[in-house]
Design a protein around this ligand. Structure first.
Ligand SMILES: Cc1cc2nc3c(=O)[nH]c(=O)nc-3n(C[C@H](O)[C@H](O)[C@H](O)COP(=O)(O)O)c2cc1C
Length: 383
């Protein structure tokens, strides 16, 4: 053999896997489970799946004789659940809610999907077993991104088309720098707050802000993130490639009301035609502001994202449409284009307090677009 165990692990760690918790019940009916990366589908007809427990696992023997198991596919927010089930001993279910599947094996709350199985056959393979299960029932659970394991670390999935947005954070930061003088002039002239945001990964990130005295300030801060998902972010998406638009639309929850997709497409067309998008309503703004203004140490980023996600889901699909009655418009946003015409930044102005733009809307949009065009020009972008 030209390699040792370390090399074997290191090389095989280059294959990314999802993470599942395989659960079952022991002879006394108590739940047991273990985290696995070795889950795989095997056959469609008959429907078979497999996972590979280590012969040293103390959990697998507990439910082996029950003759069934349930595979729980973890979401990106369930890293803590994974850690619990990857640790030997203790009551792994102490802090979890679950329901029994028809086999009796636990379905954990919040999983992406679950697959309830009867054990078909168990093969020995070196220091592991290969357990093959026949699927008795399976269901999609919570819509979320999956937890991914790669080279010994946890991560999450982002589709290539969504990743394309963040191709060059350098360009985004440089354009924010170029935009700042324009943003400051605009903020002072219109007595508003002006911010620049960029798409990074799955979020819209605030990369620069200008304007408003501290006493009036909105709870915005550079570095703040808002999930980049419908119906928010239309000023990025309206001019994006088909693939990038699809990636954004795919983030719509599966249970979105009928007609949502059509309304979003129509809103994007309206934003494209008008050249800007809007943000409306004080109530939503103040709820989002409340979430954003909490002191957010990094560990809580997922919780904040979840709360913002919930708030975003409450918005109507045409929330950012410039066509809707302008009475309560508080924010207008327009794109800055980079070389090649792609949207690198979105500039937005927001009026403070309980004001709305009202009669100033047309004028504000005109000034905002002039500023965005000036930055586009400085970037040698295609307007
Ligand atoms: C991402 C990840 C993937 C894992 N995949 C497997 C696997 O496929 N098979 C296995 O036996 N153990 C796997 N483990 C380790 C087990 O979860 C862990 O060793 C075991 O559950 C320890 O507890 P037990 O003695 O209660 O079984 C994995 C752990 C992690 C974090």
């Amino acid at each position: 053999m030209s390699f040792d165990a370390g090399k074997f692990r290191q090389v095989l760690g280059h294959f990314p896997t999802g993470v599942a918790v395989v659960t079952g019940v022991d002879a006394e009916g108590r739940p047991a489970g273990m985290a696995v990366g070795s889950f795989s589908s095997v056959s469609l007809d008959p429907p078979l799946v497999a996972f590979m427990p280590d012969k040293s696992s103390s959990s697998w023997p507990k439910f082996r004789d029950s003759g069934s198991f349930c595979v729980n596919i973890l979401g990106a927010e369930q890293e803590a659940v994974c850690r619990t089930f990857a640790t030997r001993g203790g009551d792994k279910f102490a802090e979890l809610s679950w329901q029994p599947a028809s086999s009796g094996a636990p379905i954990l709350d919040g999983v992406l999907a679950w697959i309830d199985c009867d054990t078909e056959v168990v093969h020995e393979a070196g220091d592991h077993y290969i357990v093959i299960g026949r699927v008795r029932q399976l269901e999609i659970g919570t819509p979320a991104l999956p937890l991914v394991f790669f080279q010994g670390g946890y991560g999450r999935f982002s589709s290539l088309s969504l990743a394309a947005w963040e191709s060059d954070l350098g360009v985004q930061m440089r354009s924010a720098d170029l935009a700042r003088p324009h943003m400051e002039a605009l903020a002072e002239e219109l007595d508003v707050e002006c911010v620049a945001s960029a798409v990074v990964g799955e979020d819209m990130v605030l990369v620069a802000r200008a304007g408003l005295l501290r006493s009036q300030r909105l709870p915005t801060a550079v570095g703040q993130r808002i999930p980049f998902e419908p119906p928010m972010g239309t000023a990025f998406v309206a001019w994006a490639s088909d693939a990038a638009r699809e990636a954004w639309l795919k983030r719509l929850p599966k249970d979105a009301p009928e007609g949502t997709l059509e309304t979003l497409e129509r809103t994007l067309a309206e934003v494209r035609e008008a050249g800007y998008s809007v943000g409306r309503g004080h109530r939503w703004h103040s709820q989002a502001a409340e979430v954003l203004s909490r002191d957010q140490p990094d560990q809580h980023r997922d919780e904040t994202a979840q709360e913002l996600h919930r708030l975003i889901q409450m918005l109507p699909a045409d929330y950012e449409s410039p066509r809707i009655d302008a009475d309560d418009v508080r924010t207008v946003s327009t794109p800055v284009r980079g070389p090649g015409g792609s949207v690198v930044l979105v500039l937005s102005v927001t009026v403070p307090g309980r004001r709305s733009l009202g009669a100033d809307l047309t004028w504000t949009v005109e000034r905002l677009r002039a500023a965005a065009d000036a930055v586009t020009k400085a970037l040698e972008g295609a307007p």
